[in-house]
Write a protein that binds this ligand. Structure first.
Ligand code: SME
Length: 160
């Protein structure tokens, strides 16, 4: 197993492109979901320098905090609440350019200014968890993040 993550200097597409094969290699040969998620999240934090990145698991129809990197975060989010609960309820990726403009946004940290949340599905099409990434910059997430973070979600779905 690789012991360090190294990303290419360059724009975020180049960073994601160099990071994703390393994440694949990190989880290859390990079947434990929490171990793989923990390393995936750590690699994303280190490789992309995200402010906060982590997952919330669906448990009894609410979201419960799972492996993450960054400041401490709220532990439970109800279906339909905040950005995460909305992505869970609507089963879709949500990009929020300015969290102050998102009705019901849950501010785990006042430093967080923009956010992207992607749901991961089981084989029956039910949401099992959401991947949440927060930035201290406004408007920090775009179609490039959506494309490459979705590839990470597909890696996670393959572990579920
Ligand atoms: N802002 C999220 C809550 C999770 S934290 O950002 C880590 C939301 O509105 O769902």
């Amino acid at each position: 197993m690789a012991e360090t993550i190294r990303v290419t200097d360059g724009d975020k597409q180049e960073k994601y492109r160099s990071l994703i094969p390393q994440i694949k290699a990190l989880v290859d040969g390990e079947s434990d979901l929490i171990a793989n998620l923990s390393n995936t999240i750590a690699a994303l934090k280190q490789g992309m320098s995200f402010f906060w990145v982590g997952v919330y698991f669906v448990k009894n129809s609410e979201l419960v905090l799972g492996p993450f990197q960054g400041p401490i975060a709220c532990t439970r989010i109800a279906l339909g609440k905040g950005v995460c609960g909305t992505a869970y309820k609507e089963k879709k990726i949500i990009i929020v350019p300015d969290v102050d403009q998102f009705p019901g946004h849950i501010a785990c940290s006042s430093d967080s200014k923009s956010e992207i949340v992607l749901p991961a599905f089981d084989k029956n099409g039910e949401v099992v968890l959401v991947l949440d990434v927060d930035s201290i910059a406004l408007n920090d997430f775009d179609e490039t993040d959506k494309l490459y973070l979705q590839k990470i979600v597909e890696l996670i779905e393959a572990m579920i």
